[in-house]
Design a protein around this ligand. Structure first.
Ligand code: GLY
Length: 380
């Protein structure tokens, strides 16, 4: 599809999980409708909005206005921006504040922010009074296409990312695409890596469409809503078939085994955003697949070219401070991968490619092969 798209009415994607089914509402300005939607879903509810300082500056007041307009009482809980809040201390702060705000079983937590806020607030909701419902109002591209959908919530342990958490599906996802206008170009690009991921893992036609339309997505044209909706549909379909990640859902981890190790090696700092790690990880997964003879080198190069064309890092050497300890060392990267949730009895789980649009879960990858491959990439 290459014809220009027009901004259209809001798009609703259904996550068909039976009695826990919910809508993802996508469109410019849909945050304004939050209050009316919450009032319709939960008459008489109280809410607590969990957000971070930066998001609060732009979007807390409009969110509160929308809820107040529907007669819904709200309180606000503001956390520090970034992974520093996805910790035991961050969870304690949010949980205690929710109890102090008298959020009860039939009330609602509203996660207004990016992936960190969604994961943290969702996990706090999952354990508060043994579980209260929550609404996701994602404000980053990454959260709109990935972390706000599918019910994964949690915090990090000092020993690894997302090691503590719960599956807890939201009641509603409100993805207002106009909020993305305040993201930095780098943050937007990092989120775009997760959009491209859906094409690479399961939809070659979408990948080709992204190749033709990425400029419109970046400039805020109607292709943006189409890309977000297509990503959410792809994720919803997978989550509905495999909510608890017993099989197919693992495909969504394409690029993440390498990516998480790179994030850990850079101290989960601004040197590498999550989506940037995923971009490099996807290229490594494609190249590793090519080395194993699963896809052609030309297809692996096509994945790399697309991500590079939007300005994403695609090589280990693109990471700031690449030569620092831990990054330019295949053994150190292997040790970090061994701590990931994707390790089972010494064998690594990787998502590999049989083609662009056809990813597979490989549960028994020999660590020695991965180490040799990384060594090659590091010296290249
Ligand atoms: N972000 C991967 C998943 O939700 O399964």
């Amino acid at each position: 599809m290459t014809a220009p798209l027009k901004h259209s009415a809001d798009i609703t994607v259904d996550v068909a999980l039976g009695d826990r089914a919910y809508d993802i509402v996508i469109g410019r300005g849909v945050l304004e409708t939050l209050g009316a939607r919450v009032a319709a879903l939960r008459p008489g509810v109280r809410t607590a909005i969990v957000t971070d300082r930066t998001v609060a500056k732009h979007w807390l007041e409009p969110t509160e206005r929308s809820l107040a307009g529907a007669g819904i009482p709200t309180s606000r809980i503001i956390v520090e921006e970034g992974e520093i809040s996805k910790t035991y201390a961050g969870l304690e702060k949010v949980s205690e504040a929710l109890i102090a705000a008298k959020i009860e079983r039939n009330d609602l937590v509203i996660a207004l922010g990016g992936g960190v806020v969604g994961d943290l607030a969702g996990f706090a909701a999952a354990i508060l009074r043994r579980g209260v419902d929550f609404v996701q109002a994602p404000t980053s591209l990454l959260a709109q296409v990935d972390s706000s959908v599918g019910g994964k919530t949690g915090i990090n342990s000092p020993q690894g990312k997302n090691l503590l958490g719960a599956f807890h599906q939201p009641l509603l996802v409100i993805a207002d695409t106009s909020v993305l206008d305040t993201l930095s170009p780098r943050q937007f690009r990092a989120g775009y890596a997760e959009v491209a991921k859906y094409g690479v893992l399961g939809d070659e036609a979408f990948f080709a469409w992204l190749d033709a339309n990425h400029a419109d997505i970046f400039s805020g044209g109607a292709a943006r809503e189409h890309a977000i909706a297509t990503s959410c549909r792809a994720k919803a379909a997978i989550v509905c078939r495999d909510e608890r990640e017993n099989g197919e859902r693992a495909l969504l981890n394409l690029g993440h085994t390498f990516g998480h190790a790179l994030e850990a090696a850079t101290g989960f700092s601004d040197r590498l955003f999550h989506g940037e790690g995923v971009a490099i990880g996807m290229v490594l997964a494609a190249e590793f697949s090519a080395q194993l003879g699963m896809i052609s080198a030309a297809d692996a190069a096509r994945v790399e070219r697309h991500l590079a064309s939007v300005g994403l890092p695609t090589h280990l050497q693109d990471i700031a401070g690449f030569t620092q300890e831990g990054l330019a060392d295949a053994d150190a990267l292997m040790a970090l991968m061994a701590q990931d949730k994707k390790v089972k009895r010494g064998k690594l789980t990787f998502i590999l490619l049989q083609a662009i649009g056809r990813a597979v879960v490989a549960n028994d990858v020999e660590p020695a092969l991965v180490r040799d491959f990384l060594q090659q990439k590091l010296s290249g």
